[in-house]
Design a protein around this ligand. Sequence first.
Ligand code: SF4
Length: 112
Amino acid sequence: MEFTCIMCPVGCHLTVTKTKNEIIVKGNACPRGEIFGKSEATNPTRMVTSVMPYKNKTVSVKTSNPIPKAKIKEVLFEIKNAPPIKNAKLGQVVVKNVAKTGENVIITGINV
Ligand code: SF4
């Protein structure tokens, strides 16, 4: 399998090989690439960012931690259909256990 590491702007080209007992990552310039390559080959995850309406403004939101890539659409659906936000504060949880991932969606910014 081949991936581009997205852990920093360098974007190393990773080649990941699975054997019976191990996963071998090549092409990474640092240890973070090895961790990313192994994750991509077994359980790829992503942070999800979005915006939600807030009064006549919007708030920026994100998942509290990376969630499985397969759940991204479900997460965005729950963000879109979340109840209106009454008093937005940075770090406030607006969707708990989003898409049953165990992660929350939190406010990261209030946009004017
Ligand atoms: S392997 Fe390291 S240097 Fe290369 S893109 Fe990933 S984080 Fe950056």
